[in-house]
Structure formats: C-alpha cells, structure tokens
Design a protein around this ligand. Structure first.
Ligand code: DGY
Length: 426
C-alpha cells in the first residue's frame, strides 16, 4: 500500500470518526461508567495511531471539507469494500486511543484486520497491520470479557485468540454477528440487550412507515430546493394508514409493538407470518396468522422483524416484491441482509411497490453513491432505531451487567446461549 494512500485512508477514517464519536459519546460514557475502570492496564497504542488520534483534537470544519474531497478521491481509487474495512480498522484504533479505554475497541477489530490482510495482497499492506495486530492479540489474549457492537464479527478464530475469555457482551439485541455455537463450544457466555429497545425500534418502524407513506423526505427536499411552486392538487400524493392492513413478518417483541401501534393508532387489521403462533397478538390485537404469500398479497404495509440467519438471508427478493401490492410500503428495521437490495431498488424504480423505509442496509454504512439513495421513494436512516438517550443507556446497563456477570461467573441479565451453562470458563 502506498504511503499516500495510507494517509488518505486515515483522513477518510478521521471524517467518519468525527461523526461516529458525536453520535456515540453518550453511550460510550454510559458504558464506561459501568466498567471502564475494570479493564487491566493495556499496551500503549502504536505511534501512528496516537499521531492520528491527536489530529482529532485539532479538527476543524474546514479540515472536514478538505477531507470530504479526499474521501471522494480515495473512493475512486479503492474498491469500496477495501475502503470500508480499512476505515473501520483505523477508526476503532483511533476511538480506542481517544477514549483511553484501550481494550474494548481493538479487541474486536482483530477480525477486520485479518480480513484486511486477506483483501490486500501486497506485503506492505500486511506489514501495515501487523504492528497493530500484535498489540491487539496481546490485549485480547488477556481479556476475560469482551464488549462487541453489532458490526463486530465474533467468530471461532477471534475467540481462539482469547483463551481466557469468559463472556462476549453484545451491545445489541440482535446477535447475528456472533457465532453462538463457536462461543458455546468454548465455554464463552454471550449476552445481548433484549426488551429495552422494543419501543424505540417500533417507533422507528412507524417513523419510516409514515415518512414513506406520505413521501415526507421527498416533499421536504422539494420544498427546500425550490420545487414547491404552488399547492398542488395531485402533487406528492401518498398512502393513507387508517383502517388498512399491516403485515408483520416475525411476530416477536418488536413485531408485536409495531402491530400494536398500527392496531390502536390507526385501526389497522394485522396479519402476521411466523413459525410460532402468537396468542397475545391474536387475543389483544385481533391479529391473524397467515402464510407469507397471503401476507404479501393482502398487506398495505409489510414490516419485517425476523432474525437474520442462513435461511432468512436475502429472503426479500424479486419474487417476494412481485407478490406485494403496487401500493405497498416495505419497512425494514431488522437487518439489512434480509433484503436483496438490487431487487428492492428495481421494485421501487419500476413501481412494483410504492415505497420503502429502511433503518438497516447491507453494508452499513451504505456508501453515499448507492443506488437506493437516488430513489425518492426510498427513505433510509443510518441504523438509528434504538438511538434514544434512554434506550441506549438501558442497553449500556444490560451490556455492563452481562459483562460483569460473565466475568465474575454470575447469572447474565440476558444470556443468548443457555447451553453454555455447566461448561462456562471460570
Ligand atoms: C439491535 O440491538 O440489534 C439493534 O439493531 C440496534 O439498533
């Protein structure tokens, strides 16, 4: 990797870090309050990371503008997936340095670093990350507990680098980023944060549903950009909500909360598809369990709340979009890879469905030049469903409780892999 490229990549990461840190400051503080002091002394970060991180302190808006230009230029020269991996890697290292909490972020980037090593074939690239990797390996080797974000891939090789690890505490309710059988096999407990983000996520599904139905983003943009010429009798026509039909794919906690809002807020009929029958949904909301085909055919709104796994990956494809009404609105607050995004873009462009609202995409972040952003009938938020102060603090609390219980051999507040009991590492 050429030095110049490395510099530009760092600057690109700097810009992302700037946004990341602003958005996450409160969470980081909340998490730190609980367990920041519990981490053992760590190795100092490599010099180049220190230098990079100290640049942040001198950051200015003008510098960000300059970086914008560098990012745009860099993106032309690099394959996006390389860029994304490198950004994340450097970003985490810098965050770690900034937060003076040296174990948490680097411990979880080891996999991304390895991925980077594989992506780049040049010796230089491998050398570039080796320094970082050594420090990370040493740190993770001594870790008793690990906090992971939903963007961190926690798999067998990573767990093998941490032979003393007792717990992985995932800062999310979803845990598709963690290889659960691999953790169980190694006696590592895995925690998540269920329950506390149900309302915030259901609210976000409704925000997207309303915004997409009423063409809010498109019309607000038009107004701002001078395209609001007069009151238009047939301008920006959207879809009504009252008395229509919501189809919930996956009637778990969040699916139920969305259905409840639709039922009692807009008097909607509720259909759902799930492997399990939901007695509460049927009794309290009058919901009807149907097969997916019927749900797609009869629903005005389709909101997905299913787990991401090998079976559900890419399940929303061309065939499924074709089964929906032309006026249908598709909402995803679950996981991006549940949807074949090419198929969705085509369905939105050619009018197979009316609109979509997405809080999750594949990849995340979705590159700024992605075709979905070009579509006025696609509302995209940057995975913010659980992003309220109260919810993130509650998630931080459970995450910390899980971590502490895991490290001390106690009962986790929310344990994902109960099969680990009886063989947990002590
Ligand atoms: C989760 O916790 O899984 C959510 O996606 C975070 O918003």
């Amino acid at each position: 990797m050429k030095k110049d490229r490395r510099r530009r990549a760092r600057e690109a990461a700097l810009q992302i870090l700037y946004q990341w840190d602003v958005g996450r400051g409160d969470v980081n503080r909340a998490v730190e309050t609980f367990f920041g002091h519990q981490w053992p002394d760590a190795q100092p970060a490599p010099d180049e990371v220190r230098t990079f991180a100290s640049g942040l302190a001198r950051d200015t808006v003008a510098r960000l503008d300059a970086i914008d230009a560098v990012v745009a230029e860099t993106a032309q020269n690099w394959r996006p997936e390389r860029m994304a991996v490198l950004d994340r890697l450097i970003l985490r290292m810098a965050v770690c340095e900034m937060m003076r909490d040296p174990d948490t972020p680097p411990a979880v980037v080891i996999n991304e670093a390895l991925e980077l090593a594989r992506t780049f074939s040049t010796e230089e690239a491998v050398k570039f990350i080796n320094g970082m990797l050594d420090a990370i390996r040493k740190k993770i080797a001594d870790c008793d507990g690990l906090v992971s974000l939903l963007t961190d891939k926690i798999d067998g090789p990573l767990l093998d680098a941490a032979p003393k690890l007792k717990v992985v505490s995932n800062f999310a309710v979803g845990f598709n980023n963690v290889d659960i059988p691999a953790a169980t096999e190694r006696g590592v407990a895995v925690g998540n944060t269920p329950g506390v983000l149900t309302d915030a996520t259901a609210d976000m599904a409704m925000v997207l549903l309303l915004a997409a139905s009423r063409r809010l983003v498109e019309s607000v943009d038009d107004a701002k950009e001078g395209r609001w010429k007069t009151w238009e009798p047939v301008g920006w026509l959207g879809q009504d909500l009252a008395g229509r039909t919501i189809g919930i794919v996956g009637m778990g906690r969040i699916g139920f909360a969305v259905a409840k809002r639709c039922r009692f807020g807009w008097n909607m009929n509720v259909l759902y598809s799930d492997v399990y029958q939901s007695q509460p949904a049927e009794t309290e909301l009058g919901a009807k369990k149907v097969d997916l085909k019927t749900l797609l055919k009869e629903s005005d709104f389709v909101s997905i709340h299913t787990d991401l796994n090998a079976e559900t990956k890419g399940m929303f494809n061309t065939d499924l979009f074709k089964q929906m009404k032309k006026t249908a609105i598709f909402i995803n607050t679950a996981r991006g890879p549940l949807v074949d995004q090419k198929a969705l873009a085509t369905a939105l462009r050619d009018g197979t469905i009316f609109a979509a609202g997405l809080d999750v995409t594949d990849p995340e972040p979705l590159p700024a030049d992605h075709e979905l952003y070009q579509l006025p009938n696609c509302v995209i938020a940057p995975h913010i469903a659980s992003a309220t102060v109260h919810t993130r603090n509650e998630m931080a609390r459970i995450c910390a409780e899980n971590l502490i219980a895991g490290v001390t051999g106690g009962k986790l507040t929310a344990l994902v892999n109960p099969d680990v009991e009886g063989k947990r590492r002590r």
